[in-house]
Design a protein around this ligand. Structure first.
Ligand code: PMT
Length: 399
């Protein structure tokens, strides 16, 4: 169903691709749905379509020249003052993608990209070899890692006559991505979201520990996505090299017991708890004070760690509780058992071959009513938004 974009302020960046003419149709649709659109064109885009076309349809001056003060003042209040709701670049060439990825600012559009604080959506369009080139792919994954959304190009006939992936995504796919981003904004405002991320490390002696392969990426992506949707976000993280997302309050812990206290001490202030951490179920019963010397064989006795989520489930109240499950067998059945046993609202079952470590995840979301939503492989940021979509739906007061 088509959703209104009334009251939304969008900056549409148009770059020098043969698909630049399709940006005219994108502009028409955005304005038809009620958005106010400011168009920014790169120099090479103007070789494909004239600014006049966009000016007429947007009823606003088109921004082209970095050195025109008049323009600068205008975009200053649209972009930097945080008034823009979205920066959409369609089509996005390999050149503009590279500039964004590396922080170059030599034209109006790249300046706006660097100074805007709003969500950014790129719709790449280029020849198939260019799109497949590792440099372009690395730039795109760098941008995705920073939270930029990308509408992947389509497979089909290209301007070169070759057939492959590189065609600008269909209008409907671009508009869907715009809607998804704009309608998520602010839907978690007023909520306090506590997210856990990463592994725990359970020390054996001063240099050794038991742990797992969690990188923290899934939890960090949830923290960032919740922040972008207006929540106050606290992040309890096990050891990871990931930088703290701006605007998120982070507490670092090492062991499961430390994570237990960090979470439960903050539970009263929390309205939504999402436990993406891979908490060690066991720890060595004793921790040697000195480094353990080599011997022929060795037995380590393990004791159970406290179950943080189960305890939060016992103190649930009106909170929304979301757990994760990573399994090597009987994924759905085991996840459902955890959902019930720990008194959760949702559990996110991971495909263990994808979820641990990398930038993407393939998840299935289970709810208390027996619902099973299977998602395709997505970036962790996109998976995070899909999980939060479900949380938002649960938090909505029933009419
Ligand atoms: O960090 P990444 O590399 O991005 O990888 C993400 C992930 C695969 C680690 C993550 O998506 C994930 O699946 N985390 C949960 C891993 C798991 O198998 O959890 P579990 O089945 O042991 O526990 C179920 C739930 O209870 C989890 O939400 C867990 O955080 C929680 N738990 C578990 C044990 C314990 N002692 N206390 C807990 O609260």
């Amino acid at each position: 169903m088509e959703r209104s974009l009334e009251g939304k302020e969008i900056i549409l960046g148009v770059t020098g691709s043969i698909a630049a003419y399709k940006a005219v149709e994108i502009l028409r649709e955005l304005t038809r749905r009620g958005a106010a659109v400011t168009v920014v064109m790169t120099e090479s885009a103007q070789r494909f379509v004239t600014p006049l076309t966009f000016e007429t349809l947007s009823r606003r001056p088109v921004l082209t020249d970095l050195f025109t003060l008049e323009y600068d003042k205008q975009i200053g209040h649209v972009a930097s003052a945080g008034r823009a709701d979205l920066l959409l670049v369609a089509p996005a060439t390999a050149n503009t993608i590279a500039k964004c990825a590396h922080g170059l600012a030599d034209d109006f559009l790249s300046n706006i990209y660097l100074s805007s604080t709003c969500p950014v959506l790129l719709a790449p369009a280029m020849d198939l070899e260019m799109y497949a080139h590792p440099a372009v792919q690395e730039n795109l994954s760098r941008l995705k890692g920073r939270g930029v959304s990308v509408v992947e190009p389509e497979y089909g006939e290209l301007a070169s006559g070759l057939i492959g992936r590189g065609r600008l995504a269909e209008l409907s796919a671009i508009l869907q991505a715009v809607e998804d981003i704009l309608h998520r904004q602010g839907d978690l405002s007023g909520e306090t979201v506590l997210v856990t991320a990463g592994p725990t490390q359970e020390p054996l002696d001063p240099v050794r520990y038991l742990s797992n392969r969690s990188s923290g990426r899934m939890g960090f992506a949830i923290a960032e996505a919740a922040r972008d949707r207006g929540a106050h976000v606290m992040l309890v993280s096990g050891p990871t090299f990931l930088p703290t997302p701006p605007g998120v309050t982070r507490m670092d812990v090492t062991t499961a017991e430390e994570m237990y206290h960090a979470v439960l001490d903050r539970l009263d202030d929390t309205t939504i708890l999402i436990m993406a951490a891979a908490v060690a179920d066991y720890r060595p019963s004793t921790q040697a004070r000195q480094k353990i010397k080599k011997r022929e064989a060795m037995t380590v006795e393990l004791v159970r760690n406290p179950d943080i989520l189960a305890e939060a489930g016992r103190r649930k109240g009106s909170r929304t509780l979301v757990g994760f499950a990573a399994e090597t067998e009987e994924l759905i059945q085991n996840a459902r058992e955890k959902l019930e046993k720990k008194n959760l609202d949702l559990i996110v079952a991971n495909d263990i071959r994808v979820g641990f470590g990398g930038e993407t995840n393939r998840v299935t979301i289970l709810d208390r009513e027996g619902g099973v939503e299977e998602l395709p492989e997505l970036t962790k940021r996109e998976a995070a938004h899909r999980i939060l979509d479900r949380v938002v739906a649960l938090r909505k007061p029933t009419p």
